[in-house]
Design a protein around this ligand. Structure first.
Ligand SMILES: CC/C=C\C/C=C\C/C=C\C/C=C/C(=O)SCCNC(=O)CCNC(=O)[C@H](O)C(C)(C)COP(=O)(O)OP(=O)(O)OC[C@H]1O[C@@H](n2cnc3c(N)ncnc32)[C@H](O)[C@@H]1OP(=O)(O)O
Length: 290
């Protein structure tokens, strides 16, 4: 009994670094997980340079970290980025452009899994959005219960800008934070909101001047549940999210089929290829390479 108490205490004191999913290039962990010994709040930092784009390994690492947080009795989860400029650039376009079909199937299943894991996470979740959060980055943030964002960043589901339609369950995340009319307009425009605009429409809950302040505000949100019974809180969250979650769970195979047809269509591949090339060109000119 005493031994397990001590082991628990050590686990809380010692930052837990997830070593299961490493970046193959640099052998650095793709996510960093630290549990604050005083507050018991876990901070999960995305750590896949240059822009935390979501490939299979990063998404698996997020899922493993969420499982670990739920197992180690953390009081809450703050999702943030180890990168000062980008929270998450969304799905890794390398996974979508000219994809290997078997890998694409696995990729899409893991993408569904990461959304479910965040959506159903039993502890309070908050996103400290310390950089840009387009497309899949916005999706991770909106799957959390609370969002605090740094100024002069952008966030939104901008899929139509690169020729894609967001799947239904992705749209549901938007609908959980935005009024329907606004969500429809923003989705069809592929709008990226500035931080100030995002606060104005309720896509984010607060603005913070620095990452430290964003983390502190997320902690305050998590502390707001201190009087709620954790089990009752978690069951209530699951109950309220159940209809959205069921829409995906009930038809995961159908969603995969639709996604494969959609992603593989030549028109969309061409559009995505041009978008990705423009992104690389912009990056090269920034670095003075062109
Ligand atoms: C029925 C429907 C079924 C299926 C529909 C299918 C898909 C749609 C559904 C799902 C929803 C989610 C989709 C996505 O998330 S797709 C990804 C969309 N992401 C973006 O559009 C963001 C693109 N990136 C940027 O705008 C900027 O990079 C950013 C503002 C994030 C950062 O700017 P910064 O100036 O700091 O960096 P850059 O110089 O632009 O980039 C550095 C480096 O990183 C590469 N990069 C950027 N983003 C991505 C990415 N998403 N994937 C892969 N690589 C990326 C960029 O090319 C540069 O690399 P390099 O050229 O080698 O220097």
């Amino acid at each position: 009994m005493l031994r397990s108490k001590i082991l628990n205490r050590i686990r809380l004191l010692k930052p837990v670094i997830d070593r299961r999913c490493m970046s193959s290039a640099s052998k650095t962990p793709l996510t960093l997980l630290e549990v604050d010994d005083k507050s018991g709040i876990a901070t999960l930092s995305l750590n896949r340079p240059p822009v935390n784009s979501l490939n299979i390994d990063l998404m698996n690492s997020i899922i493993e970290s969420i499982t670990e947080i739920e197992g180690n009795k953390s009081r809450g989860l703050i999702l943030t980025s180890a990168n000062d400029r980008v929270f998450c650039a969304g799905l890794d376009l390398n996974e979508l452009h000219k994809p290997n079909q078997e890998r694409l199937k696995e990729f899409w299943a893991v993408f569904q899994d990461v959304w479910l894991a965040l959506h159903l996470c039993s502890v309070p979740t908050a996103a400290a959005i310390n950089g840009h959060a387009p497309a899949g980055g916005c999706l991770l943030a909106t799957a959390c219960e609370y969002r605090v964002m740094l100024p002069q960043m952008t966030i939104g589901l901008n899929e139509t800008q690169f020729g894609y339609m967001a799947p239904k369950w992705v749209m549901l995340s938007y609908l959980s934070v935005l009024p329907r009319r606004l969500a429809e307009r923003a989705l069809t425009q592929g709008k990226l909101f500035t931080t100030a605009e995002a606060l104005d429409v309720g896509l984010v809950d607060e603005i913070a001047a620095s990452k430290e302040e964003a983390l502190a505000k997320c902690s305050t949100f998590i502390d707001s549940f201190s009087k709620a019974n954790p089990l009752a809180r978690s069951l209530t969250k699951k109950q309220i999210r159940e209809p959205d979650v069921q829409k995906l769970i009930a038809d995961r195979a159908g969603d995969l089929k639709e996604c494969l047809e959609y992603i593989n269509s030549p028109l969309l591949q061409d559009g995505l290829g041009a978008y990705f090339e423009a992104l690389k060109q912009k990056s090269r000119s920034k670095a003075g390479k062109s």
